[in-house]
Design a protein around this ligand. Sequence first.
Ligand code: PLP
Length: 384
Amino acid sequence: MIDPYAYRERFPILHDCIYLINHSLAAMPATAEDRLLEYARMWRERGIRAWGEGWWDMPLTVGDQLGRILGGPPGSVVMHQNVTVAEMVVISCFRNPGTRNRIVYEEANFPSVRYLYQAQPELEVVAVEDDKAIVDAIDEHTLLVPTSHVLYKNGEIQDVEPIVRRAHEAGAHVVLDCYQSAGVVPLDLAALDVDFACGGSVKWLCGGPGAGWLYVRPDLAERLEPTFVGWQGHARPFAFEPELEYAPGVARFLTGTPNVPALYAATAGYDVIEEIGVERIRERSISLTSLLIELLDDAGLEVSSPRDPERRGGTVLVRTPDHAAVHKELGERGIICDFRPDAGVRLGPHFYNTEDELRRTVAALADIVETGAYERHAGAAARF
Ligand SMILES: Cc1ncc(COP(=O)(O)O)c(C=O)c1O
């Protein structure tokens, strides 16, 4: 089992507060600062030569590092700014879909993903209640099935295998959003046989903003032709040819100039996750979330995340009166978490959190609810 004290020194913010918001923005590894300085040094000293000394290839080299964490072979992951862009690149492969234009997605998908599909005039969106309903809704008109591996609100793990099986039977493609699982729930994208997967780095991967990723099943990467493409996706970008010729493989899923500083920062997080290994992080995560649920039960607070650890990701959702006000009071007591207005307060411990931090959090939560200390924040706004 992971000893959190072996890692806490590497995450400076842990000195200052109880940091339980790893499902939103995980703690920054101190090495991210070093990487950003290295980026600035390259820019200052190497200037334009930096492109040839690594910068230009970073969407692929960093993607390969993520591939090792996600179970994708080399050359199957490219870096983008965020999930929304990554999913748009996927959509752009299927222009003029004819009667196979239906998108079957789960109501509990992250809203940005919903908005993107809803905004596509050529697509018909069918929103269904849960992972089982997705399987039933897939038919020969289904084009894409954007599904979350772990639901963002309550941390529920979705049963992906039957979805992939049914989608492939019907000739549809699955786009698996792994933002809430990558770095905390083990993944083997190749074994799952998903067509596409995407995520970002701010959460459990400890990589900070601006480093979204897209996995494309290698055989599809050779065949599909994304229409949202740019010069990084060209076979010979530096020939500046007038006609598009797609790069071989996953490189064709790139657009323009990459987000270099974000990629520097992100590798600091991936290094720690690779060093520890997601299997070991998962073991620690289950132990922490199980303790958290036990403590919340003992305190008489209502848990609304799955109790079965097999179905639970890294986050525990707890219902309280006035989630926004309770969250604000917790923040004032040095406990950093978040809430979703219609769902509850989200507590997401990572491998570096301690059992003692969880005990202190639940004690504070119980006190805030029992004494009504949250009432002074009535009307608190819903941001972060
Ligand atoms: C499951 C999931 N998908 C996507 C996102 C974010 O999407 P984007 O990277 O486009 O901001 C989040 C949260 O920020 C999320 O929890």
